[in-house]
Design a protein. Sequence first.
Length: 144
Amino acid sequence: MRINNSKNIIIIGCGRLGSELAIRLSKTHNVVVIDKEESSFERLARRNFIGFTKVIDTNDMEALKNVNVEKADMIYIVTPDDNLNFMLAYGIKKMKENINLAARVNDPIKKAIFIKAGLNLFCPIEDSVIELVEELEKAVGTNE
């Protein structure tokens, strides 16, 4: 059952991260998952995904226009390719400047490129390291 304030969300990339995000968000929002490989959607088919899938060449910005990315409330770009994620985020931002999007950056060294372009990003590797170090510091701090 959808609630009245559900959002239209597009997830580009249906690997482990994209599929988990899609499954979780599809419980309360309208979700469309885009990937260039049909087989990527098998993760969704085995779980309780309530949404739509679309096979699109993610290198083709014109094809992305056809799925109305400019009308999405939020776009998550979560492919494993930092260069592709940058290109997609930058291209979508050019289509609609005030669109809400978050792009995955796997290599912490590449974050500066995304930041310089004014793109909203998240870095799972860096975020995990920060969280693990904080947990260690809390654990060590409690033993003193």
